[in-house]
Design a protein around this ligand. Structure first.
Ligand code: BG6
Length: 512
């Protein structure tokens, strides 16, 4: 049996107890927002739950000059502001903080990487981290190739004698098919595919993983999870926030690249894929790729029948005045970047042929809500008097990813009384009431999995490539082109034109 180098450090026992081997986590871009808001708190929470071996160390690396103590203070401030658990036991923080180090360095400076290699050697020897290294690229994407090359140049990418060297790459992975391929080829000059962990934080969400448990841990849903019973599926990622302080990044990318190509395609794959034989990295990702391959390519001659994009103008969100997208900081005054996308997709396979999947996402919508809604076909015949059934909607299963995590099934019930009168009612499951504990943040789960060498919830290259292949015609069509950009008021449910995608088939978007 061949063993992939990246899983060598993991014995079956540690996989079971989910305790990873000791390692050093190097965060590139450690002075940035992601480290402060997400990575620092996630690592601290893992330490707090005793899921990290006590030897685990974190080395921050970034251009901003900073002492170790200043780095510790920044991480602590991030934990105080954003962590799921508060620091209640200062000794846990003291232990964690004592193994936080910082190195000032430029990503293009080979000498800085040589110094990093010496520091890691020293820490491996003094802390007992056994040469296991995880490199987290929390930088702007233009630095990914440079950092990978310089890690290789400093001898830090090799996996030998049972040590691991893994690289975690944040999104966006490329901005179109060609740039994603170029980035991948570049990474592959230094790292093997099994060393590369491409993050999509949606897969780290408990509720997204629960989609798999819901489908494949219960026997009753799979038989109806197909074209015979499902009329259509709607997947929504609605955000109340605008572009916040990321106008510069967002204006270069837009909703298609920021959410659809990655988060929405991943949720779609999990909802629609075939059952994997095992919940492991190979089987789960094989099934997702098969599903992505079955998505019908867009017909760019009739884009308007498949896709719509919009941009928000000024309005009111949550009782506050919201500026137009074009007035946001870092955004071009005449920008045609989309902040809203609605798509109609078809999946050409036996399970789904003829069942449309509608996807939508937008910023500055009235509220934050991510969900998958499965609308079933109507009952073939209702034996009740027509007056009783006029209002009856077909069954709907809604899987709420966030907030208000849970699931609900709508079905009709008899209204108490002397005659048959039908009304829709809900059967509801809420995480909050069924499990009296908070869910780990997506980054906690993903960092732990990466340290364990479990890539099930990370994106394999062929998934990224296929998702770009699907999106590329739209990316090209929408590039620098105002044509067909529908405007919507901030605080509304998106451009009214998005309704037409469904209306021509006699359907409507679900009201959230
Ligand atoms: C990020 C996008 O990947 O996901 C952001 O870059 C978006 O624009 C965010 O706001 C949404 O994540 P979540 O976990 O809040 O749904």
């Amino acid at each position: 049996m061949s063993v992939e180098p990246s899983t060598l450090a993991l014995d079956p026992e540690s996989r079971l107890t989910r305790t990873p081997p000791p390692a050093i986590i190097v965060i590139f871009g450690a002075s940035g927002d992601l480290t402060k808001r997400k990575l620092g708190p996630a690592l601290f929470n893992l330490a707090h739950q005793r899921l990290l071996p006590p030897e685990t160390a974190v080395v921050g690396f970034a251009r901003t000059a900073m002492t170790d103590d200043k780095f510790r203070a920044n991480i602590r401030a991030g934990i105080d502001a954003h962590s799921r658990v508060e620091v209640t036991d200062e000794s846990v923080w003291d232990g964690f903080a004592s193994r936080l180090r910082y190195m000032t360095g430029s990503f293009d400076d080979a000498a800085a990487f040589a110094r990093l290699a010496s520091l890691l050697d020293e820490l491996d020897a003094t802390l007992g981290t056994a040469g296991n290294h995880l490199y987290y690229l929390a930088t702007a994407p233009e630095f990914f190739p440079l950092i990978a090359t310089n890690l290789g140049g400093a001898g830090l990418a090799e996996e030998r004698d049972g040590r691991f060297a893994r690289i975690v790459v944040e999104k966006p992975f490329g901005t179109d098919l060609a740039s994603a391929r170029a980035l991948n080829e570049h990474l592959r000059q230094t790292f093997q595919e099994q060393q590369v962990y491409r993050i999509d934080h949606y897969l780290g969400k408990e509720t997204v993983q629960n989609l798999l448990v819901f489908r494949f841990g219960n026997a009753i849903f799979e038989p109806i999870w197909n074209r015979r019973y499902v009329d259509h599926v709607q997947i929504t990622v609605s955000e109340e926030i605008g572009v916040e302080r990321r106008g510069g990044y967002y204006d270069q990318n837009g909703a298609l690249r920021d959410i659809v190509q990655n988060h929405l395609m991943q949720v779609l794959a999990v909802v629609a894929m075939e059952p994997p034989a095992r919940f492991d990295a190979r089987d789960v990702r094989d099934e997702k790729v098969k599903l992505l391959r079955a998505i019908r390519p867009f017909d760019t001659d009739s884009t308007e029948q498949w896709a719509l994009r919009g941009q928000y103008t000024a309005g009111w969100v949550g009782g506050e005045r919201a500026p137009a997208y074009r007035q946001e900081q870092g955004v071009e005054a005449a920008s045609s970047t989309e902040t809203y996308v609605a798509l109609r997709l078809e999946i050409d396979n036996w399970r789904w042929a003829g069942t449309p999947f509608y996807l939508r996402t937008g910023k500055r919508l009235p509220r934050r809500a991510t969900e998958v809604a499965i609308r079933f076909k109507p009952a073939p015949h209702l034996p009740f008097a027509s007056t009783a059934v006029e209002e009856v909607d077909p069954n709907m299963l809604v899987l709420r990813i966030q907030p208000d995590e849970g699931a609900s099934l709508t079905f009709v019930a008899k209204v108490p009384g002397p005659q048959i009168d039908l009304r829709p009612v809900n059967m509801d499951f809420a995480y909050g009431t069924s499990f009296l504990r908070s869910s780990p943040d997506a980054y906690e789960r993903l960092l732990l999995d990466c340290l364990l060498g479990d890539a099930t919830l990370f994106i394999r290259w062929d998934e990224v490539e296929r998702a770009w292949e699907i999106m590329d015609p739209l990316v090209a069509r929408w590039k620098d082109d105002d044509d067909g950009l529908a405007l919507y008021d901030a605080g509304s449910w998106g451009p009214p034109e998005a309704d037409a995608l469904l209306a021509r088939e006699g359907r409507t978007w679900r009201r959230l």
